[in-house]
Design a binder for this molecule. Structure first.
Ligand SMILES: *Cc1c(COP(=O)(O)O)cnc(C)c1O
Length: 283
């Protein structure tokens, strides 16, 4: 059974509540929630999982863990693996390889890659969309909502989490009776709303709000102020992910949000390569 603690966190003289999904076992973070449906249920016909996306994706690493636990083969297509990474594997790429993933470089991108992977479907295989943007993820995210709903109501808290595809924020809000605040880290507000339209059965979610960030950040790029926030968070006692969480906390500070339950969505396995890049540039 998945379940994680809520811990207190003082940051810049404010008190926050942190839902520690980074401490989930046997696999962690919001990808564990998204893939819990496949972990928990029996799929007697399934022998392999096929997915696609970037060569350092958190979803790739989590799927490799899921497949290892389930005894499934895991095949992952990615557009490009730099020779530096091939010769010196690290981060999620290394983690996935260690879990037995077959990571295949393919000269296709975007929709072409997606359609190619979808065409590989057969009765023995599960195809998982990039980043785990799948309806099945509602199952595990609903459980997360149930773990925090009473706590938030009792303590009069809003929930905050940074979004990629927005799948986690969407299903959380759907199953929570309190307000969910998020910020778009990958695309802009329009991108996030489009992702939500793919997930919804035209059900409007009223308790879900997108907050504007302090400034436009390009996903995966290095920003000195975000690196500083990440180091301060770590000094304050919790290591967060380097891609989404610094934008999340910068947004909290920008809007001066109080009475927040922050969802720590894991992803620390992926920090290695970002941290290397940051250290090379700023330390
Ligand atoms: C995948 C991921 C996200 C984004 O989740 P979405 O459901 O796509 O919005 C945020 N933080 C971490 C650490 C992740 O791994």
């Amino acid at each position: 059974m998945l379940s994680s603690p809520i811990t207190p966190f003082i940051f810049k003289n404010n008190f926050y509540h942190i839902k520690r999904d980074d401490l989930l076992k046997p696999f962690e973070g919001n990808k564990a929630r998204k893939f819990y449906y496949f972990y928990k249920n029996e799929f007697p016909n399934i022998k392999r999982v096929i997915s696609f996306g970037s060569n350092q994706s958190n979803a790739m690493y989590s799927l490799s863990k899921l497949c290892k636990l389930k005894g499934w083969e895991f095949i992952y297509f990615t557009n490009h693996i730099p020779s530096l990474l091939k010769n010196n594997p690290h981060g999620n790429y290394l983690g996935a390889l260690k879990n037995g993933a077959k990571i295949i470089e393919i000269d296709l991108k975007g929709d072409e890659l997606r359609h190619y992977v979808l065409s590989l479907k057969d009765k023995n295989c599960l195809i998982i969309e990039e980043g785990g943007r799948i309806k099945e993820s509602e199952y595990g995210i609903k459980l997360l909502a149930q773990e925090i709903n009473d706590y938030c109501k009792k303590n009069d808290l809003k929930v905050f989490l940074p979004s990629g595809t927005g799948t986690t924020a969407y299903f959380l809000a759907k199953h929570l009776e309190v307000e969910v605040l998020t910020v778009a880290c990958v695309g802009n507000e329009e991108y996030l709303k489009r992702q939500w339209s793919y997930l919804s059965d035209n059900q409007e979610i009223k308790n879900l709000t997108i907050l504007p960030p302090r400034r436009k950040y390009h996903f995966g790029k290095l920003y000195k102020n975000l690196y500083d926030i990440w180091k301060e968070l770590k000094f304050a006692g919790i290591e967060f992910d380097l891609l989404y969480d610094p934008i999340g906390w910068d947004t909290i500070l920008f809007h001066d949000l109080k009475n927040i339950l922050y969802i720590h969505q894991g992803g620390l396995q992926g920090n290695f390569s970002m941290l290397k890049r940051y250290q090379r540039k700023y330390d």
